[in-house]
Design a protein around this ligand. Structure first.
Ligand code: GTP
Ligand code: MG
Length: 312
């Protein structure tokens, strides 16, 4: 072969070959997985909060750049502290999300690696995961007091696992997100896209409505409450550019009901109005949202109830 000439051009079809792959985002609770997903997709698809265990479902977020289609899969923070039915279900969701992925983004906080992180890493080292590239995403770099500490820490991480890439970054920084997309792209297999070019998620509008309400519950109520709440959509009607939604917030105890409603209904009103604004932004449509609160004790520890509330 004559190596003096320009590199042999690939055929037309090879040059424009589509890439598409599933990219799982996993890690312990609260490391910033959903924040990362939203930034990668460029739209708020997955709810976030400063409380652990915000995400309770497998959320797909899609981003197409040039010939590459990234299908990101956000997962609940894997945790082992409380063995409730809800937690077992959440962990199952993480495990089943890993099966058919092409790449894994293992998210930790830069400079930190504790037992909960190690538990997640051990899942990634299972036999069934052999050969799948795992990228170490060292997130919240901005929160690290001494930036120079990250290098020795990365060296230690190198010894823990044969990570395919090491990416110290900040999920809330646009330049880091662009860089990460570039790093992940070569790991996507060459194959036709799974979704339309402008697709954002495979989740329904009904589902997104319940999630946005749950986010406001997480953000606007005290520490214990979010874990004992779930949201059920009772009515979802589309009338032209208008969505009429009625939803019930299900809580464990009477006292919780009071906390959700607040003085003179103030808090419930705020939850409703913030969720409504979020949905109007997402859909670019007008939304009427009606909220109710209902007590059903033990819902979080009842597998049958969990299924009826949409937990897989
Ligand atoms: N300083 C800083 N905070 C971040 C960064 N990324 C995420 N956060 C914050 O970390 C908190 C948790 O973010 P989430 O995205 O909800 O975390 P998660 O890993 O999805 O959490 P679970 O769904 O509960 O497992 C939120 O308060 C985010 O604003 C970052 O790069 N820097
Ligand atoms: Mg999350």
């Amino acid at each position: 072969m004559n190596t003096d000439t320009d590199p042999a051009p690939d055929t037309e079809s090879e040059l424009s070959a589509q890439r598409c792959g599933l990219v799982a985002i996993v890690g312990r609770p609260n490391v910033g997985k959903s924040t990362l997903l939203n930034a990668l997709v460029g739209q708020k698809i997955s709810i976030t909060s400063n409380k652990a265990q915000t995400t309770r479902h497998r959320i797909t977020g899609i981003r197409t750049v040039g010939e590459a289609q990234f299908v990101f899969v956000d997962t609940p923070g894997f945790q082992d502290k409380h063995a409730t039915a809800l937690n077992r279900t959440l962990n199952r969701t993480v495990l089943s999300s890993l099966g058919d992925v092409d790449v894994v983004l293992f998210v930790v906080e830069a400079g930190r690696f504790g037992l909960p992180d190690a538990k997640v890493l051990s899942l990634l080292q299972a036999e069934s995961m052999q050969g799948k590239p795992v990228l170490l995403i060292a997130n919240k770099l901005d929160a690290l007091a001494r930036r120079q500490d990250v290098l020795p820490w990365l060296k230690q991480m190198q010894e823990r696992h044969a990570f395919a890439e090491f990416v110290p970054m900040q999920a809330t920084r646009a330049a880091d997100i662009e860089r990460l997309l570039g790093i992940v792209q070569p790991y996507l297999p060459e194959q036709p896209w799974f979704y339309e070019e402008d697709a954002l998620t495979d989740r329904s509008e009904r589902f997104m409505a319940a999630e946005m309400i749950r986010e406001k519950l997480f953000r606007l109520t005290g520490d214990e409450l979010p874990y004992s709440c779930t949201v059920v959509i009772d009515k979802f009607q589309e009338e032209g550019a208008l969505r009429r939604i009625a939803a019930t917030i299900v809580v464990e105890r009477d006292a919780h009901k009071g906390m959700v409603i607040g003085d003179g209904g103030e808090r419930l009103k705020r939850i409703g109005s913030e969720a409504r604004q979020e949905l109007e932004r997402l859909w670019d449509a007008k939304v009427f949202l009606e909220l109710w609160v209902k007590v059903r004790s033990g819902w979080a520890d009842d597998e049958a109830h969990l299924r009826s509330y949409g937990y897989e």
